[in-house]
Ligand binder design. Structure first.
Ligand code: IPM
Ligand code: MG
Length: 357
């Protein structure tokens, strides 16, 4: 029987609740499919690990993940540790260390979810945001001098490389080509940022020639926010820089009803390294330990993981179990205006997976 080796990293806050829920659902799914199984290894790298060891993950952390088939990640963030330490010490270390250069963020309004866009637009919101995940505004280049003095200077330099832009454009065009509408919107800000973003635009034109059947257009990032609200049906696949896509994907998740639902894959398209799947919500310390977290973002991220592993049937089956669950208001968690607990939602999904055979 096929056996997938999965690393789970719950991290901080509600990550500690949603990742075990995800593993439970994946085990139930594997059992109901009967054609593969999971071997999970859990890594307790988090804010607590940092307090005990002074680092977010051990020196050989990447090596311990390297031979896994995929990583399921919760969230990193601790109210008592600066965010840039938790982020750069764990999540970005994995994303950049494994060159997971494509961050893929699908958004749909799932069955039964009340979204801020008017009802008739529900079917119109079916997007995938492709976020450049290895460089740009998150390249970490910069510094501070004259700290604390009046002459203090600080820089964060956005680095764009030709190879980095070409590969994310190619990934986005290919993804757009695989979707029914074959439509791609390239987000830019080349009216104001006149070097890197101009190269970004030029490379989009070059790569588009490899994909003559993809209809594509260009949108300035500020205008894109208005278009997402006013004309959602004109968008399908979207590609944007690291920071632009970070912002647009929160808007997308909110428009689809809740940050608690939205999934992400940090993908190494070349499959040299394991890819990492995670809900986009953060550690949510305000509700941690109360059993109130919505595990749907983790379940949908698990669907993406199954697709990546080459198990499309299992992925479709879990997605349909998720939508059956969201369609039942009694199973809505607090972020969706309901009272269901993490455990109730998880049990409901497991039961429906067991029943469907
Ligand atoms: C995301 C998050 C992270 C990011 C934070 C936690 C640094 O907002 O995954 O979108 O900006 O990349
Ligand atoms: Mg974000």
């Amino acid at each position: 029987m096929k056996r997938y080796r999965i690393a789970t990293i719950p991290g901080d806050g509600i990550g500690q609740e949603v990742i075990p829920a995800g593993a439970t659902v994946l085990r139930a799914l594997a059992k109901s499919m009967g054609s593969f199984e999971f071997e999970f290894e859990n890594f307790e790298w988090s804010g607590d690990y940092y307090r005990a060891h002074g680092v977010m993950m051990p020196e050989d952390g990447l090596d311990r993940l390297r031979d896994k088939d995929a990583i399921l990640f919760g969230s990193a963030g601790d109210p008592h540790i600066p965010d840039h330490i938790t982020l750069w010490g764990l999540r970005l270390k994995i994303c950049q260390g494994f060159d997971q250069y494509a961050n893929v963020r699908p958004t749909r309004i799932l069955a039964g979810i009340d979204a801020p866009l008017k009802r008739s637009a529900a079917k119109d919101l079916d997007w995938v945001i492709v976020r450049e995940n290895s460089e740009g505004e998150y390249s970490g280049v910069g510094g501070r001098v004259h700290k604390g003095h009046a002459i203090e200077v600080a820089t964060d330099v956005s680095m764009m490389t030709r190879i980095g832009v070409e590969r994310i454009m190619r990934y986005a065009f290919r993804l757009a080509q695989s979707r029914p509408r074959k439509r791609l919107t390239v987000i830019t800000k080349s009216n104001a940022q006149r070097h890197a973003m101009v190269m970004w635009d030029e490379i989009a034109v070059e790569i588009s020639k490899e994909f003559p059947d993809v209809h594509w257009d260009k949108e300035l990032v500020d205008a894109a926010t208005a278009r997402m609200v006013n004309r959602p049906a004109t968008l399908d696949t979207i590609v944007a820089t690291n920071l632009h896509a970070d912002i647009l994907s929160d808007l997308a998740a909110a428009l689809a009803g809740s940050l608690g639902i939205a999934p992400t894959g940090n993908i190494d398209p070349e499959r040299r390294f394991p890819s990492m799947f995670e809900p986009i919500h953060g550690s949510a310390f305000d509700i941690m330990g109360k059993g109130l977290a919505n595990p749907t973002g983790t379940f949908w991220s698990s669907v993406m993981m199954l697709d990546h592993l080459g198990e499309p049937l299992a992925a479709a089956r879990l997605m349909s179990a998720i939508e059956t669950m969201t369609g039942n208001r009694a199973l809505h968690t607090r972020d969706l205006g309901g009272t269901a607990t993490t455990a109730q939602v998880t049990d409901a999904i497991c039961n429906s997976l067991n029943e469907s055979f």
